[in-house]
Design a protein around this ligand. Structure first.
Ligand SMILES: [Zn+2]
Length: 233
């Protein structure tokens, strides 16, 4: 039985499996960040609604101030136009003029507050738009394509898993445990190919004796550089 070849095959399957799981995880992250788009969109909608409200209040106040100011000017023109000589009428115009002054003052105070509030809601809206722009720049992906890819990857997993199980049954328990421990400890690569006399994982050059050993399918040889199981085709 060629143990090292079986281990090498197992490594290949595990690598394929890991690559797919990683990719699925990445796709999930990208899709989840699309929820972030929805979240920011809600923020934009809310900010826009609030800002529109404030703008409407401000526009209404502007109109009222203009109207009252015009009325005040008309009253003043009548008052000082010299055409009215009846004291009672002049007194009424004077009172009206004063009342208008007070009204305009109150409206102008409200107008200042409204301008301030409108600036705040405008800033919140700008912030939300900026956040969206940044997020979209980060993403720039087509989610429907990604979902298709995710589905394909998921479909490939059972086949890889069953091949892996079948292979595992051919490997001696102790050796499989050793493989699993190395797999965990060595970043998902337990078995390294020998390419041009060196370990593919760490580049360690094998001695001529080790090269001979590595070529012997019945011998489990570990790299003296990284400790991984060596496989030579
Ligand atoms: Zn090595």
């Amino acid at each position: 039985m060629n143990e090292t070849f079986n281990l090498y095959r197992l490594q290949q399957l595990d690598t394929q499996r890991l690559q797919r799981l990683k990719r699925i995880k990445r796709i999930d992250q990208i899709i989840a960040s699309d929820k972030a788009v929805q979240k920011i969109q809600k923020r934009i909608d809310l900010a826009l609604r609030q800002h529109t409200e404030k703008e409407a209040i401000l526009a209404d106040l502007n109109t009222k101030v203009s109207e009252k100011t015009l009325k005040y000017k008309q009253t003043q023109a009548k008052l000082f136009g010299g055409k009215i000589s009846v004291t009672k009428e002049l007194q009424d115009l004077q009172a009206e003029s004063e009342a208008l002054t007070r009204t305009i003052q109150t409206l102008e105070d409200k107008q200042l507050d409204a301008i301030h509030e409108s600036e705040i809601t405008q800033a919140a809206l700008d912030d939300a738009h900026l956040a969206m722009k940044q997020l979209l720049n980060e993403q720039a992906t087509d989610n429907s394509l990604l979902l298709g890819e995710r589905e394909r990857l998921l479909q490939q997993l059972p086949k890889i898993n069953s091949q892996r199980e079948a292979l595992k049954n051919q490997i001696e328990d102790g050796l499989f445990e050793e493989y699993s421990a190395l797999f965990k400890a060595k970043g998902g690569i337990a078995v390294a190919e020998v390419i041009e006399g060196s370990c593919r994982a760490c580049g360690f050059e094998l001695s001529p004796t080790d090269l001979q050993q590595a070529a012997n399918p019945g011998v489990i040889l570990k790299c003296k550089g990284c400790g991984r199981i060596l496989y030579k085709a």
